[in-house]
Design a protein around this ligand. Structure first.
Ligand SMILES: [Zn+2]
Length: 378
C-alpha cells in the first residue's frame, strides 16, 4: 500500500474521527445512527459525507437548512490524512504494517483527544487507557529502535509520562490548597497509593515502590478503610528521602524509582476506576478519574496524566521528556498570548501535550541529539 492510498485512508478515518469528537463526550454511540446536520437533523447522504470535498462543494453549509458547518470537520480530516501520509512515508506499510497502522492510529487518537479536550475540558479514558494498552502490544509485536520502542522502553515511557504528570497533579494541588491535607478518600486504591509509591520509591527504588502499591491496596481491602498518611507529612518525608538519597539507593535510583512507581500507581488506579465505571454504567462518558472528593483546586487534570502515558508508550522515556518540555513551552507561549488578548480562560493542557507528542514523534530524535550536543554529551 503506497503513501497516497494510506493518505486517502486517513481522510476516511478523519471523517470517523469527527463523529467520535462530536458524539463520545455526549455519551452517544459512535457507530449509529448515520451522521446528520447538527442544526436541522437532516440525515446526510453518501455524497455529503465525502471528506473535505463535500465541505468545499457545499461551501461549508448544510444543503437542507443552510446552517454553517464548523471548519473543524474538514480540518480534522486533513490533519488525520496528513498524519497518515507522514507515517506512511517514514514507516512504509509495505515494510512494517504493524508499525504504520499503530502509529497512524495513535496520531488519530491525538487528533480526537485534542478537539474533545478543547471543547469539553476532558479526556475520555476510553481513548487513553485502551490506547496505551494497544500501543504496548504493538511495541511487544514490533519493538525496533527505528520505529516503536522495545516493550521495556514502551513500559518505562508510559510510567514516566504518568509519573511526571501525576507529580505535578499532586504537588500542584497541595500548593493550591496551601498545604492542607486533601479530603479525597478513594477505596481501595486512590491518590494515597500514588503518594505512598512516590515516597517508598524514593527510599528504596522502583521495586519497593511497586510493592508498596500492592501492600496499600491489601491493607485497605482487609481493614475496609483507606489507611493513609496526610499529604503534607508524606511529601515532606518524600523531600527528606530525596535529599538523603546519596547515602541510600543513590539519587538516580531514588528519582526514577519515585517517578516510575508513582506512575504505576496512577495507571493501575486509573484502570481500576475506569473498569468500575464501565461496570456500574457510571458516568462512563464523563468518566474520569478518581475525582477529588470536593471542589478542591486542580493544578493538572488526571486526564492529562493518562494522556502522558499514551505519549510515553510510543516515544519512550527520552523523547517523552522532549515532548513534555515542548508542551510546557507551547502552553506558556499560547497562555501568555491569550492573556495579552484579554482572555482569562483556563487553557486545557491536553492539546499542548498531543501536539507536542505528534511533533516529537517526527523530530524528537533531532531535538534530543541537538540538545545533547549542546550539553557536550552527544
Ligand atoms: Zn441542516
Amino acid at each position: 500500500m503506497g503513501v497516497l492510498t494510506f493518505t486517502l485512508l486517513g481522510l476516511l478515518i478523519g471523517s470517523f474521527a469527527n463523529v467520535v469528537i462530536h458524539r463520545l463526550p455526549r455519551g452517544a454511540s459512535v457507530v449509529w445512527p448515520r451522521s446528520a446536520c447538527p442544526s436541522c437533523g437532516h440525515t446526510l447522504s453518501a455524497w455529503e459525507l465525502i471528506p473535505v470535498v463535500s465541505h468545499l462543494v457545499l461551501r461549508g453549509r448544510c444543503r437542507h437548512c443552510g446552517a454553517a458547518i464548523s471548519w473543524r470537520y474538514p480540518f480534522v480530516e486533513l490533519v488525520t490524512a496528513l498524519g497518515f501520509g507522514v507515517v506512511a512515508s517514514v514507516w512504509p506499510p509495505t515494510v512494517a504494517p504493524v508499525v504504520s497502522v499503530a502509529l497512524a492510529g495513535w496520531w488519530t487518537l491525538l487528533v480526537i483527544i485534542t478537539f474533545i479536550d478543547l471543547q469539553h475540558h476532558e479526556i475520555p479514558d476510553v481513548l487513553t487507557l485502551p490506547g496505551t494498552a494497544v500501543m504496548l502490544l504493538a511495541a511487544w509485536a514490533w519493538g525496533d529502535p527505528k520505529s516503536l520502542p522495545s516493550i521495556r522502553d514502551a513500559l518505562v515511557g508510559a510510567l514516566a509520562g504518568a509519573g511526571l504528570l501525576v507529580f505535578v497533579n499532586r504537588l500542584g494541588a497541595l500548593a493550591l490548597r496551601r498545604f492542607r491535607d486533601t479530603e479525597e478518600r478513594l477505596w481501595p486504591i486512590g491518590f494515597d497509593a500514588v503518594n505512598l509509591a512516590a515516597l517508598v520509591g524514593a527510599i528504596g527504588g522502583f521495586t519497593s515502590g511497586v510493592a508498596s502499591i500492592a501492600a496499600s491496596v491489601a491493607v485497605n481491602l482487609v481493614s475496609r478503610r483507606s489507611i493513609r498518611l496526610p499529604e503534607p507529612v508524606l511529601w515532606a518525608a518524600w523531600l527528606a528521602a530525596l535529599m538523603a538519597a546519596p547515602i541510600g539507593v543513590g539519587v538516580l535510583n531514588a528519582v526514577t524509582g519515585s517517578v516510575l512507581a508513582a506512575g504505576m500507581a496512577a495507571l493501575v488506579g486509573a484502570a481500576a476506576w475506569w473498569i468500575v465505571d464501565l461496570r456500574t454504567g457510571g458516568e462512563a462518558s464523563e468518566g474520569q478519574e478518581p475525582a477529588p472528593g470536593s471542589d478542591e483546586p486542580v493544578a493538572m487534570g488526571f486526564g492529562d496524566v493518562k494522556l502522558a502515558a499514551l505519549l510515553g508508550v510510543v516515544l519512550g522515556w527520552e523523547r517523552l521528556l522532549v515532548a513534555v518540555f515542548l508542551a510546557v513551552l507551547l502552553g506558556a507561549v499560547v497562555g501568555v498570548a491569550a492573556r495579552l488578548r484579554g482572555g482569562g480562560r483556563i487553557l486545557p493542557f491536553g492539546p499542548f501535550l498531543a501536539v507536542a507528542g505528534a511533533v516529537t514523534l517526527l523530530v524528537g530524535d533531532a531535538i534530543l541529539r541537538a540538545y545533547l550536543t549542546a550539553l557536550g554529551v552527544g
